[in-house]
Design a protein around this ligand. Structure first.
Ligand SMILES: [Zn+2]
Length: 223
């Protein structure tokens, strides 16, 4: 029974990432209410529903579109795997799953949007209202304002981070406190350095790193 519960939680995590991937893409292209299923990036044919099942669908299709044999991007199942493992770890180590789930969902939207398109919509912050209300008495508003001010000055003087990065870090500070925000920034920079080691780029979309770092910090330092 316990095993079934863990498999289910893993699957829900993978589904959230899968759903967020489609949602972010449709939202950006203003097709969010079109109720169509996913299409192949190459031939634009509709993908049969059993191939849209997270991870399993990718394996079942041998990583290729069943119509045109175009390879499906490996980061689709990879991001679903990370999402599944994140939520599974939260279920095992944390007591406040709803709190984690809503932050997880919002950060997934923000990270995927930043990763794919290089910008985000403010609507993606909306799920964060739930954890803010759940822990209303434990919010770190002054610390959040302080981090926002500090990062904002850093942003306008160095132009090395985007304004969305500043917003996300400030919001995470409000929810998790200044100390955890420093840990998140540290882990995000470490992840960025690791990626830079393998793949040198001139600019980095930083929200995906902040999001994964938040998951790591949450699982290690916050209960
Ligand atoms: Zn195709």
């Amino acid at each position: 029974m316990q095993l079934f519960y863990y498999v289910l939680i893993f699957f829900i995590g993978a589904c959230i990432v899968s759903f967020a991937t489609v949602f972010v893409s449709d939202f950006t292209h203003q097709q969010v209410w079109s109720h169509k299923r996913s299409n192949c990036d190459n031939c634009h044919n509709q993908i049969p529903f059993y191939y849209t099942i997270p991870i399993v669908g990718y394996l079942g299709a041998f990583g290729k579109c069943s119509k045109c044999n175009f390879p499906i991007k490996i980061w689709y199942p990879m991001s679903e795997l990370i999402g599944g493992l994140m939520l599974l770890s939260a279920a095992i180590f944390s007591h406040s799953l709803i709190w984690f789930l809503t932050i997880f969902f919002s950060l997934t939207l923000l990270a995927l949007s930043d990763f794919q398109f290089g910008y985000i919509y403010s609507y993606y912050y909306l799920p964060l209202i739930i954890p803010a209300l759940l822990h209303f008495s434990q919010l770190y508003l002054l610390e959040g304002l302080f981090v926002y001010f500090l990062m904002y000055v850093f942003q306008i003087t160095t132009k090395s981070v985007g304004i969305a990065d500043v917003e996300v870090l400030a919001i995470l500070t409000v929810l998790l406190g200044y100390v955890n925000a420093v840990y998140i920034l540290f882990f995000a920079c470490c992840l960025c350095l690791v990626v830079h080691f393998f793949q040198k780029k001139r600019s980095y979309r930083f929200i995906p790193y902040l999001s994964v770092a938040t998951g790591i910090v949450y699982l290690i330092f916050i209960d």
